[in-house]
Design a binder for this molecule. Structure first.
Ligand SMILES: O=C[C@H](O)[C@H](O)[C@H](O)COP(=O)(O)O
Length: 219
């Protein structure tokens, strides 16, 4: 099956968990684009969506799906989003599309986070995909030096400005043994807005090959 077919299959499975009358949290990316197209088919059954990016907002609105401010709707029952990497414990690297901060906010504000991926995103250890870190522009060099001190190799994603007006450093060279620890450590660097590790709040379920994989507890 092609990667696009796998993405579509995952998106279609996630649609089964959208409740009538609900406001759905919507992520960003090529996998979520299939989910939004599916959501359009059932738009009369939902109240609307909270969007994690300008890109997703445009797609939702082009289908006539109302987009709400998170502050106006409170905690969400369901958030659906893709990922760049996923480990066996549903911990993720996200932010390949620079939407990590808003994605993390919506994931935190949702009861249930279903992550939709294709097989190529599955890894044993996170870090082959460079870890995106959103930084306040004036702090770029400061944050880069702090990351270099942690043996990371930060590369500025030049030309990219996030929806929040910030910049992205992509960190190469890390094989991430302790995702929860690294996520917290990066958040301590002054000038970091958010990092693309979703480990403290992993996905509750991952949809892969059309199957829902529940959270596997760390022993
Ligand atoms: O910033 C972007 C998001 O974290 C996406 O969820 C992630 O990059 C996966 O995108 P795609 O479904 O296009 O591979």
């Amino acid at each position: 099956m092609s990667r696009d077919a796998q993405k579509k299959l995952a998106a279609e499975k996630a649609l089964e968990f959208v409740e009538d009358g609900s406001v759905v949290g919507v992520g960003t990316g090529s996998t979520v684009a299939f989910f939004i197209d599916g959501l359009a088919r059932m738009k009369s059954r939902i109240e609307g969506a909270v969007s994690s990016s300008e890109q997703s907002t445009r797609q939702l609105q082009s289908h006539g799906i109302p987009v709400f401010d998170l502050n106006a709707v409170g905690p969400l029952k369901l958030y659906v989003d893709g990922a760049d990497e996923c480990d066996p414990y549903n911990r993720l690297i996200k932010g390949g599309g620079a939407a990590l901060t808003r994605e993390k906010i919506i994931a935190a504000a949702s009861d249930r986070f279903i992550c939709i991926i294709d097989e190529a995103k599955q890894v044993e250890l996170l870090g082959k995909f460079p870890l995106p870190v959103e930084v306040i522009p004036m702090a770029r060099s400061h944050v880069a030096r702090a990351i270099a001190d942690m043996d990371g190799l930060p590369v500025w994603r030049e030309g990219v400005v996030t929806d929040n007006g910030n910049w992205i450093l992509d960190v190469h060279n890390w094989r991430i043994q302790d995702p929860v620890g690294l996520e917290a450590k990066l958040n301590q660097i002054v000038g970091v807005v958010a990092n693309g590790l979703f480990a403290a709040r992993p996905a509750d379920e991952v949809v892969i090959n059309g199957q829902l994989r529940p959270l596997r507890k760390l022993t």
